[in-house]
Design a protein around this ligand. Structure first.
Ligand code: COA
Length: 162
C-alpha cells in the first residue's frame, strides 16, 4: 500500500491546499494530511481548530485521513510509515524553500523523500496570509478558501478587528 503525507500549517486551508490534497489522494492508496506547527508563524487558529477545519473540508475524500501533530515532521513520517511527503509549489522560491526543508529532513531521517506537485495556475497566488490580509479588512475571501470554512474564518478575523 502506498501512503503519502501532506503536512502544512493550513491557517487556514486554502483552495490551493485542497487541490493539492485531491490530486495527491489520486496517486496513492492513503493520504495523511497532517496539520503541524511552523515556529516561524503566528497562527490565527490553534492546532485543534485547524485540524477540525481541515477534517470538515476533506471529509469528501475516502482515502484521506486528517491528523494533527506539534512535533517534528520526520517523526510523524516514520510513525505513519509513509512512502513520501507531498508539498505543493507555487513558484521558484517555493521550490528553493522545499529543497532546503527536504535536505534538512533527509539529514534527520535517511528514508525521507518528498514529491512536489505544481499548483494550479489560477490558485497559485492564493496563500493563507493573503486570505487573512483580505479578510481582516472585510474583503471577500469566498473565492480563496473552501465554502465550509468561510464563516469560521470571517468570524475569527472580525474578532481581531474589534
Ligand atoms: N500548496 C501548499 N501551500 C500553498 C499552496 C498550495 N497549493 N498554495 C498556497 N500555499 C501557501 C500556504 O497558504 C502558505 O501560505 P502562508 O505562508 O501565507 O501561510 C504557504 O504556501 C505554505 O504554508 P503551508 O502549506 O500551510 O505550510 P507551512 O510552510 O507553514 O508548513 C511545515 C511547514 C508545517 C510542514 C513545517 O514547518 C514543519 O515540518 N513543521 C514541523 C516541525 C519540523 O519538523 N520542522 C523542521 C522542518 S526542516
Amino acid at each position: 500500500m502506498t501512503s503519502l503525507l501532506f503536512p502544512g500549517s493550513f491557517d487556514p486551508l486554502t483552495r490551493g491546499h485542497k487541490d493539492i490534497a485531491r490530486r495527491a489522494s489520486k496517486i496513492c492508496d492513503k493520504l495523511y494530511v497532517v496539520v503541524m506547527n511552523n515556529n516561524k508563524k503566528n497562527y490565527l487558529f490553534n492546532l485543534d481548530e485547524r485540524v477540525e477545519m481541515v477534517k470538515e473540508v476533506l471529509k469528501e475524500f475516502e482515502n484521506i485521513e486528517v491528523l494533527g501533530s506539534d512535533g517534528l515532521l520526520v517523526d510523524i513520517f516514520k510513525d505513519l510509515g509513509c512512502n513520501a511527503v507531498v508539498r505543493g509549489i507555487r513558484s521558484e522560491s517555493d521550490f528553493r524553500y522545499e529543497a532546503e526543508m527536504a535536505l534538512a529532513n533527509k539529514m534527520l531521517c535517511p528514508g525521507y523523500d518528498v514529491t512536489l506537485l505544481p499548483c494550479r495556475d489560477d490558485l497559485s497566488l492564493i496563500s493563507s496570509s493573503l486570505v487573512k490580509e483580505v479578510g481582516s479588512y472585510g474583503g471577500d475571501i469566498s473565492g480563496m478558501i473552501p465554502a465550509q470554512i468561510v464563516d469560521k474564518v470571517n468570524e475569527r478575523l472580525r474578532k481581531g478587528r474589534t
